[in-house]
Design a protein around this ligand. Sequence first.
Ligand code: PMP
Ligand code: GLN
Length: 387
Amino acid sequence: MPRRAPYLTSRLQGFATTIFAEMSALATSTGSINLGQGFPDVDGPDEVKGWAVEAILAGENQYPPGKGIAALRSAVSAHQAACYGLAYDPEEEVLVTAGATEAIAAALLGMCEVGDEVVVLEPYYDAYAACTAMAGAARRVVPLRYPDWRLDPDDLDAAITPRTRVVVVNSPHNPTGRVLTREELELVASRCVENDLVAVTDEVYEHLVYDGKHVPLATLPGMRERTVSISSAGKTYSFTGWKIGWACAPAPLLAAVRTAKQFLTYVSGAPFQHAIARALRESDWHERAAGVLRPRRDQLADGLEALGFEVARPEGGYFVTTDVRSVGYDDGLRFCASLPERCGVVAIPSSVFYDDQDAGRPLVRWAFCKSEQVIDEALGRLSSLAP
Ligand code: PMP
Ligand code: GLN
């Protein structure tokens, strides 16, 4: 159990550290290969880096406009239209944020009253829980069960109450790698419409789909008007440190998100906004990104399978999940805590993404957004593990 942090509000107890930072620090201090925190070990395109340098040298170094530079807002709008047939007015319906993280925070802070409920898919990305807590709201989870992680209508119905305000839908999903099917999204859409709920979608892995197809929830009937669609450049372009994200929504919804955003960062990353605006317009990288990562997904999933792990092969995103019972362990937390010392590899115990500790206990998440050599080396080290 984490210790109580004396100055921290009760609503943020339990969030004092993030597992990703903790495990990355452990990887550094033990010289381990870091398959924990999801960040690529190879940067995105040089051309896009060059555009950021150009923007800095051209003097794009002061506060950009509060809602983001016009070039990026119109590039995001054009991207939504070209990829999904979704039309957003760049002036009133697109907001640039400090990564998807700030968009998620601003959406929940801007739209939830204290005591409202936020529905999330479990396992859930940590920011949804922390931002829900910061907003004074309560989370209700809808379990996606290992190993096929399908969305069950009864579970969704059980999580929706008269206090539900927002449903957060993350697809492609972290940590499971599920890409929700159109049928599953139709189910979510029907419940949002019936109960007059707002959907907040986290689509940061939209271009990292290996099997299946990414369908934005906002494209389904009745959903554009009640959805805040969030994404970011971090995963698509392999620049997770640039923190350029965005939210698209009808003006009244976006106004709520913008109001909170103004007092979080106000603005961020002026030169990177210019570089990503050009990337969205001038580069075809987003069409190639999944093709680059698919072999890494297969390498890690096949390699873990060959070592005897039971693997849930992801359809999208950055991560593979294994059940460590298949190799003779029953607790992912203990497995991950001793892994650096035993063989110099770091992974994430999936239980941190669960309220239901029993469901998450045996699961471990491994990042494959790494070079072929690094994954090879990690698999070699893991082969020395004696159960
Ligand atoms: N959502 C999900 C599901 C993520 O996995 C991540 C980060 N890896 C984020 C949001 C955060 O995105 P950003 O870095 O753009 O804030
Ligand atoms: N989203 C990344 C992951 O799931 C981590 C980002 C972070 O450290 N907050 O590993």
